[in-house]
Design a protein around this ligand. Sequence first.
Ligand code: IPE
Ligand code: IPE
Ligand code: MG
Length: 258
Amino acid sequence: MLRFKPGRKAATTEVPPNRAEPRALPEHVAIIMDGNGRWATRRGLPRIAGHKRGINSVRKITRHAKERGVKYLTLFAFSTENWLRPKDEVHGLFDLFRYYMRRECRTLAREGVRIRFIGDPSEMPEDIQSMMVEAQDMTASGDAMTLIVALNYGSRAEIVAATQRLAARAAAGEITPESIDDAAISAEMNTADFPDPDLIVRTSGEQRLSNFLLWQAAYSEFLFVDRHWPDFDEESFDECLTLYRDRDRRFGGLRKSG
Ligand code: IPE
Ligand code: IPE
Ligand code: MG
């Protein structure tokens, strides 16, 4: 991975790093899986049919990302704002989630994929909360890839909760306000155990974050792909990896060469 290393001497005689170094692979890819509804509507189908097809993409991309050597894959499955949708659609999404978990957990465990969740589980139906705990336990020893599912996730809610915890500790005299730094805030995020995403992909052409990983995306590369999520396949994922590879990540420093 091309990371800026403070103090590293500029090697002006090198050819540009993207051609000189082993191909850079993002360690952590995060995907905003968007466009299920439009995929269905365009075909005269109910929106839920698009969500159902979206599950195929989840399966395909999870397996493929692992095969490509990605270590962390985050999928945005349900946002804190998605409760604004009609009840039927929300319940339909939860039913599909149940279906996915029942069918996939064993496979993920067998394939060495560890599943983790970010977001607030307390507002989810109780049976889903139990499934989430079971899935994490069942796949805990997976070391090929971590699949992070963002469920009832909203970045502002995450930041608010983190701030409240830190403020409470400061008020109790356990920490000083001055000790609150980048690392202290990152450690309070749902993502504390994971590296920040190197690459954030959003399907379906919308160019916004929709409250996804606001803190963690400080130096992520962004790709906005025109395809709807049900049409996003292995080839689309590989195209994203290629585009990522050609990005010049500087992290506020200077190019290593050129
Ligand atoms: C993404 O597809 C799935 C979720 C947000 C749960 P959408 O349902 O947002 O599809 P569009 O954007 O309406 O096409
Ligand atoms: C973002 O997509 C949330 C998920 C993919 C789960 P939305 O479709 O909810 O986002 P907006 O409403 O277009 O911003
Ligand atoms: Mg959408």
